[in-house]
Write a protein that binds this ligand. Structure first.
Ligand SMILES: *[C@@H]1O[C@H](CO)[C@@H](O)[C@H](O)[C@H]1NC(C)=O
Length: 419
């Protein structure tokens, strides 16, 4: 009975959240509102309550850490997913992959503040470090390897990836369904999940010197920007305006705006936008083009707002998307450490080894669980994604919806730090 009452209160609160969400958006940004105390997120199709973590399985997050401005976002999603907070991650292991003092200080600070975090020491950074990190795995655990620039995870993403891995021994690697993945971006476009967006038209003389786009320039510090597309105007510009997938950004911190589709013909508008050139190819333009990445991100934020993340997902009865034996990016993947350890050392870069070499050698598959959604910010060749306001939008969404409020109980006690 008490449970029923609790459930109906929870349901009422969820309904209230939805009611609030569809009201006109607030004009100004407020401070972070911790709405996530119930472990329920507004905007995903969470099914976590149906997935139960098996008691005898240890699940460890493995993060290759490099940049504070990304990790301040990822950290919120990790903390929601900790076992002490009702998630599936028993521990999170951090591999330091940078020597930049400001970033390293931040890493030490977050590890010190959370008993579920642990640093993995390896001697080298960069590609050699990536390879070495895999030899530090503990036996018989499911590891969820997550890049430091994963800037969104649905609440059910990790439970789904782990469940799919446990339920399918024939899959060596189970990947999340990544937004901004060279293979999956093409699939998302052709499934209708990508919308017509273009960079705001800015004349070069309107750009202030500190925001002038320049290759290799460090981007200005991230500023929180309203994440809802409804808080920004529609795109305006000439009817024959096109934006090529390799074009340079108009300025730092510029934004992309939604093309209006008054006649309902989004397909015609989308032909003017970079995604229409996307290829299904590991090394194709989807991994090289910052513009294709940006359009996928702005479209994702719209889908999140419109509560239509199911646009990315196959039917619930569908099988995983199998990528054998094309190299798949490993920005967010689940593996069984025992399987990996018995075949080490790697004779090539980890991504090639995990998604091509080893699966081929032992006759296993690499699978993408279309229901496990995650967002990957950028690949090396897409550095100009930093010239958009997207990190500020993901930060805004995370602070509003994902970051947990520190509890009033003493820090450092298991289960006490985050409510
Ligand atoms: C990991 O793989 C090993 C070897 O195949 C297997 O015995 C073990 O049950 C697997 N562990 C989990 C948690 O699935």
């Amino acid at each position: 009975m008490a449970l029923l009452v609790t459930l109906s209160v929870v349901t009422a609160i969820i309904l209230l959240f939805f009611a609030i969400d569809h009201a006109p958006p607030p004009p100004a940004l407020s401070d972070p509102v911790p709405i996530s105390q119930l472990g329920i997120s507004l905007h995903n199709q969470g099914t976590q309550h149906q997935l139960l973590k098996p008691k005898d399985v240890k699940v460890i997050g493995l993060i290759f850490f490099g940049r504070k401005d990304r990790v301040q976002i990822l950290k919120c999603y990790l903390e929601r997913n900790l076992a002490v907070n009702g998630g599936w991650l028993d521990e999170v292991h951090w591999v330091r992959n940078t020597d930049r003092k400001e970033d390293v200080d931040y890493l030490h600070q977050i590890i010190a503040a959370n008993p579920a975090y642990k640093q993995i020491e390896i001697k080298e950074t960069g590609f050699i470090g990536y390879g070495l990190a895999w030899s530090t795995l503990q036996v018989d655990a499911i590891y969820v390897k997550i890049d430091d620039d994963v800037v969104f995870l649905a609440d059910d993403t990790i439970p789904r990836m782990v469940s799919t891995k446990l339920g399918h021994p024939e899959y060596l690697v189970v990947s999340a369904n990544m937004i901004n993945s060279p293979l999956m971006g093409w699939v998302h476009y052709h499934m209708g999940a990508i919308h017509p967006y273009l960079p705001e038209v800015i004349e070069p003389e309107e750009v202030s010197p500190e925001l002038a786009p320049e290759r290799g320039k460090r981007p200005p510090p991230v500023q929180r920007v309203p994440w809802r597309h409804t808080q920004h105007p529609f795109w305006e510009g000439p009817d024959d305006y096109l934006f090529d997938f390799m074009q340079e950004p108009p300025s730092m911190r510029h934004r992309w705006l939604r093309l209006a589709t008054p006649d309902g013909n989004a397909a015609r508008q989308i032909m003017r936008t970079p995604i229409s050139d996307a290829q299904y190819d590991t090394w194709g333009n989807s991994v090289q083009s910052w513009a294709i990445a940006a359009q996928q991100h702005y479209s994702f934020l719209e889908n999140l707002y419109e509560d239509q993340l199911d646009l990315y997902q196959f039917s619930s009865r569908a099988h995983a998307w199998i990528t054998d034996y094309r190299r798949l990016s490993i920005n967010c993947v689940a593996i069984n450490s025992t399987e990996i350890l018995s075949y080490l050392p790697m004779d090539t870069v980890d991504e090639e080894w995990l998604t091509v070499v080893l699966p081929k050698k032992i006759g296993k598959s690499v699978a993408v669980d279309s229901h496990a959604l995650a967002v990957h910010f950028s690949f090396g060749g897409q550095g100009n994604v930093q010239a958009t306001d997207l990190l500020g939008r993901y930060l805004d969404y995370a602070q509003e919806n994902a970051c947990m409020a520190p509890s009033s109980m003493p820090k450092g006690e298991k289960g006490s730090y985050y409510t």
